[in-house]
Design a protein around this ligand. Structure first.
Ligand SMILES: Nc1ncnc2c1ncn2[C@@H]1O[C@H](COP(=O)(O)OP(=O)(O)OP(=O)(O)O)[C@@H](O)[C@H]1O
Length: 579
């Protein structure tokens, strides 16, 4: 209704035209047979025939027009619904993207949109229910005026059939639900063969057999579910056929009895035969549609459950505004402890840390020490389990969430380059003729020469997926694009999670020197495994098993003769050895 009011009007016309046709025809034949049997005048027969024909003609035309309009509009409805889904997917908490149960819920919600037929089927089921219901009402009224017992028999059998079918559909929905993760896994496996991201690993580690065997094992498991679904359907069909045969025999016997002993006319006999057939058909369709609706409704429920999923981030009534143009302020972690929602293991324990405005802090530590997790908390991708994080002496939960996101810029370890132009990849704006800011950023990050050599300079698409003139950048070049993106955002705080992972040591060194020039007054927090980066930092924080074990300047930590000094000396020894 919200997205397409005309659809509702068209549907009403469609429902009315479809439900009236069978009823009119049964009534027509009733009068026709009686007219022939009782030898009515020919003009009477002509009159009822012409009226029936006109009604049929008008109703059929409406039916044809509305049916095609409905098909078209149901397809169109996919567009606004997909937008709603995309909007929610983007707005939902980041932490949900790491939660398997929510990823599964999202996949089930996608089911209604993924294949346009599902939405069409859903809408057709809604219309079908109303059509069948109106047909049932018309025919029941007609048949009851002649012999109510017949409707009773047909109704009983139809209800029994429907109960059997609904039980089977319910079982099948749960089987299908169970089969979905298996199917998703299969899609992931076959994707490994086609997705060029994995092309190198697949070839170098001879993964052909590994992938195909895994795919085959998975399919066997999946077909176990498909088999069970088919067996259920077979059982249901057998029961339906048995009950229908019994119903037809008893109705026929009753009708013959009514004609011989109860004086039912030949017109009424014919009307009852047609009415029971039609009633049966309409009832089966009515329940078929209800079942379809019931089954798809599970997915529609998943769709709405996903849309209605509330944010897990703790809301604060404060909603304090932040100005993105303001200078950086002080960050403070006070007794911060954290565990992930699906795991009670404490990943961060009593973190106390101050990051002064404009300071450059490097977080170092072994794999799994909790560095990225600490950054996720600073970025409010997760809320702390206990303790608090303050920005400008105010708990970060009290700021308007979108404002808070705006003051942060990030380059992740697994940053993504989008299949769009250099310009859009950095600015996320529609291209302008001359963007001097972008130009100088490209220059500072040593990308200008490369970009100028591309077929359409900054308008060149950074992928060959849709465009043969597109360009695939190297890891280091892509990382520089990600840097430009973070700097173009002009936020006072920059967070970098292993920003130099794809750079050579020389390039890394150059990047840090330039970076130090560019960031000037910004607060910078970054994770790095290469300790050469820590020489440009103001402070270093060493994390071990979720705890800060050392904190201070590069010189202070070297003098401390602790873990940092060991790590640093080990790494510089490698560099020297290489040299
Ligand atoms: N979404 C998650 N759910 C549950 N546990 C997680 C999640 N993400 C990370 N962890 C766990 O938290 C711990 C710390 O991970 P984190 O990524 O913060 O470490 P890190 O110091 O950044 O490691 P690395 O240097 O390898 O990137 C690890 O034991 C990891 O398994």
């Amino acid at each position: 209704m919200k997205n397409d009011k005309i659809y509702v009007v068209i549907s009403l016309l469609y429902i009315l035209s479809n439900s009236i046709i069978p009823f009119i025809n049964i009534v027509y034949f009733k009068y026709l047979f009686d007219a022939i049997y009782f030898k009515y005048e020919f003009s009477y027969i002509t009159k009822i025939t012409v009226i029936t024909l006109i009604i049929n003609l008008v109703a059929t035309n409406i039916q044809i027009y509305t049916k095609s309009a409905i098909t078209l509009r149901s397809k169109w409805l996919l567009v606004p619904l997909t937008s709603i889904f995309c909007k929610k997917s983007i707005e939902m908490d980041y932490q949900y993207t790491e939660d398997q149960s929510i990823i599964q819920e999202m996949n089930r919600a996608k089911f209604i949109l993924a294949n346009g037929d599902n939405l069409e089927l859903y809408l057709a089921a809604v219309n079908g229910i109303f059509i069948a219901l109106l047909q049932l009402i018309f025919i029941a009224i007609l048949a009851t005026t002649i012999n109510p017992l017949i409707i009773l028999i047909v109704l009983t059998v139809a209800i029994m059939n429907s109960i059997v079918n609904s039980k089977i559909e319910k079982k099948n929905y749960y089987l299908h639900k169970e089969s979905l993760p298996v199917d998703t896994k299969w899609r992931y496996i076959i994707n490994l063969a086609n997705d060029l991201k994995y092309a190198k690993e697949v070839r170098l580690f001879s993964l052909k057999k590994f992938i195909i065997d895994k795919g085959d094992t998975n399919r066997k498991e999946y077909f176990g579910f498909v088999d069970a679904i088919h067996n259920n359907e077979k059982k249901g069909l057998l029961l339906n056929v048995g009950m229908n045969i019994m119903q037809e025999i008893s109705v026929m016997l009753l009708l013959v009895y009514s004609v011989i002993f109860k004086g039912v006319t030949i017109g009424n006999f014919n009307a009852l035969v047609s009415a029971t057939g039609q009633f049966n058909n309409s009832f089966i369709r009515f329940f078929d549609h209800i079942l379809n609706l019931y089954t798809i409704n599970h997915y529609v429920n998943d769709f709405f459950e996903f849309l209605n999923r509330k944010s897990n981030l703790q809301e604060s009534s404060e909603n304090i505004k932040l100005d993105v143009n303001q200078e950086a302020k002080r960050f403070e972690c006070r007794n911060v402890c954290f565990h992930y929602p699906n795991d009670s293991r404490l990943i961060l324990k009593n973190i106390n840390l101050i990051i002064e405005p404009g300071e450059c802090l490097v977080i170092v530590g072994e794999n799994g020490a909790g560095k990225t997790t600490l950054i996720k908390l600073l970025m409010r991708l997760y809320d702390v389990t206990s303790g608090e994080i303050l920005y400008n002496n105010i708990n970060i939960k009290d700021y308007n969430y979108n404002d808070y996101m705006r003051i942060l810029s990030t380059v992740f370890q697994d940053y993504k380059i989008f299949a769009t132009s250099v310009y859009e990849n950095i600015t996320f704006k529609t291209p302008q003729e001359k963007d001097y800011e972008l130009h100088s950023l490209l220059e500072q990050n040593q990308l200008l020469k490369k970009i100028n050599s591309m077929p359409y300079q900054e308008k060149t698409i950074l992928s060959r997926e849709f465009d043969s003139d597109g360009v695939e950048l190297s890891g280091g070049q892509s990382q520089r694009i990600a840097f430009c993106r973070a700097l173009y955002k002009k936020s006072p705080i920059i967070i970098l999670d292993e920003p130099s992972a794809s750079l050579s040591p020389v390039a890394e060194n150059e990047l840090y020197i330039q970076f130090a020039k560019i960031i000037k007054n910004k607060t910078t927090i970054f994770i790095s495994h290469r300790l050469s980066s820590s020489t440009i930092s103001d402070k270093i924080c060493v994390l071990d098993n979720g705890e800060i074990i050392e904190y201070g300047t590069h010189i202070e930590l070297l003098n401390k003769n602790g873990i940092y000094k060991n790590m640093y000396e080990l790494q510089s020894k490698y560099y020297k050895d290489i040299v």
